[in-house]
Design a protein around this ligand. Structure first.
Ligand SMILES: O=C[C@H](O)[C@H](O)[C@H](O)COP(=O)(O)O
Length: 226
């Protein structure tokens, strides 16, 4: 029986196998955040000569990429990204995701939005029939924290401030449990519309195109048709 850490390693290896043939000397790769992506970065390090640079979605990943000798570009310096690789806290079979367990959701959503293709790497514990078991992270402007919390309660959620945590953007996170929604993209838009919400951890308006899910029986590939 493989441990969750071993499955994350397998997902990262599968991502590397997927990504490497696509890299060109001028390629810039979008890189997400989290323990699964950390493994991907470590596997990518020996191949740093095969591509130009990365765009990172967090200070944490930037430090790890730079320590691996991979150049990190500011997103403003990049006109397009062919590919973005990131983990998720939950993913459903339509490749909608909940992200932000590590608090990097806003930069992740921005970098992902620039990329042509989102490759999600997860262990099988993250694959769910319906999103919502994992409390939904919402990044908020600090002065709007209570106002957003009230709105979220109106929507049926129970918000909880992530104590002692500040995002890379200087904001706070509300982790919201108890939310029920049938249409993740529609609900993402509702949350986006609350004043003071910087970003919510639902990635459904633009989800992943491909997911590599590492399980006891191997890595399966879930792909959305265009
Ligand atoms: O903010 C963090 C990100 O959204 C991560 O992609 C997510 O939390 C999954 O992280 P991990 O690979 O550590 O489970």
């Amino acid at each position: 029986m493989l441990t969750q850490d071993e499955l994350k390693q397998q997902a990262a290896q599968a991502a590397l196998d997927d990504v490497l043939p696509q890299l060109r000397p001028d390629s810039v790769l979008g890189v997400g955040t989290g323990s699964t992506v950390d493994r991907f970065i470590d596997l990518l390090a020996p191949h740093r000569g095969a591509f130009r640079a990365a765009v990172s979605s967090s200070e944490r990943s930037t430090r790890r990429l730079q320590a691996a000798g991979i150049q990190v570009l500011d997103l403003n310096e990049v006109a397009s990204l062919a590919l973005y690789v990131d983990g998720a806290d939950e993913i459903d079979h339509q490749l909608n995701m909940i992200k932000g367990g590590g608090g990097a959701l806003t930069r992740e959503k921005i970098v992902a939005s620039v990329a042509d293709r989102f490759l999600c790497i997860v262990d099988e514990s993250k694959l769910v029939e319906r999103l919502g078991g994992f409390p939904l992270p919402i990044e908020v402007i600090p002065l709007a924290r209570e106002a957003v919390a009230r709105e979220v309660r109106q929507l049926g959620g129970q918000p909880r401030l992530r104590e002692g945590f500040t995002t890379d953007n200087g904001n706070q996170i509300l982790d919201v449990s108890g939310l029920r929604y049938d249409d993740p993209a529609e609900f993402e838009a509702v949350l986006n519309n609350i004043p003071g919400v910087v970003c919510c951890g639902l990635f459904a308006i633009a989800g992943a195109q491909v997911a590599l899910v590492a399980g006891q029986a191997g890595v399966s590939r879930l792909e959305l048709r265009d």
